[in-house]
Design a protein around this ligand. Structure first.
Ligand SMILES: Nc1ccn([C@@H]2O[C@H](COP(=O)(O)O)[C@@H](O)[C@H]2O)c(=O)n1
Ligand SMILES: C[C@@]1(CO)OP(=O)(O)OP(=O)(O)OC[C@H]1O
Length: 160
């Protein structure tokens, strides 16, 4: 069967105590952490939901319930690897993916290349098939008030 699939994902985590945030599988030093059951990697969670959306397989919480202690503190790249496996088992792979991180701080730009490299490796695709961008909300809303980080992702699935 030929064709393409498209999916989008969105995630938010609130800031709490800590000295770093995980974004796209990269440890980014910060004066706050992100509250979550897992490592709180909003970028990877949004990307997982984009893959699951393209596959019409529900969302990340269905596959990795927050009530399940085995995911406590989990490395979110393991979630992404699982979602990619679900795609590949159905004959799909990620053609390209594009993520936007929304926060005032930390500055994401200096970490974008490391995030792209990490995500491309996790998905087994070329670096130029993975885009990571960042924006503030010009001090508006919950991200503008520095209450947390949001991420949006979109991905295209193509035949493997
Ligand atoms: N957390 C962030 C937010 C933004 N950037 C970079 O700054 C540029 C300008 O942001 P605006 O919200 O004013 O458009 C943006 O294009 C990003 O390159 C960042 O690195 N980290
Ligand atoms: C990732 C999971 C894992 O239990 O928990 P959290 O780290 O809290 O993240 P969330 O974005 O709320 O997604 C739900 C869960 O699948």
């Amino acid at each position: 069967m030929n064709g393409i699939r498209i999916g989008q994902g969105f995630d938010v985590h609130a800031f709490g105590d800590g000295d770093h945030v995980m974004l796209g599988g990269v440890r980014v030093p910060h004066d706050r952490g992100l509250l979550a059951h897992s490592d709180g990697d909003v970028v990877v969670h949004a990307l997982c939901d984009a893959l699951l959306g393209a596959l019409a397989l529900g969302d990340i919480g269905r596959h990795f319930p927050p009530s399940d202690p085995q995911w406590k503190g989990a490395d979110s790249l393991a979630f992404l690897h699982h979602c990619d496996g679900l795609a590949r088992a159905r004959g799909w792979r990620v053609g390209n993916a594009d993520v936007t991180v929304v926060c005032e701080r930390p500055r994401v730009g200096p970490h974008v290349e490391a995030m792209r490299t990490t995500l491309a490796a996790a998905l087994g695709i070329a670096l130029d098939a993975v885009s990571v961008k960042a924006t503030t909300t010009e001090a508006l809303g919950f991200t503008g008030r520095g209450e947390g980080i949001a991420a949006q992702a979109i991905c295209l699935l193509v035949r493997a």
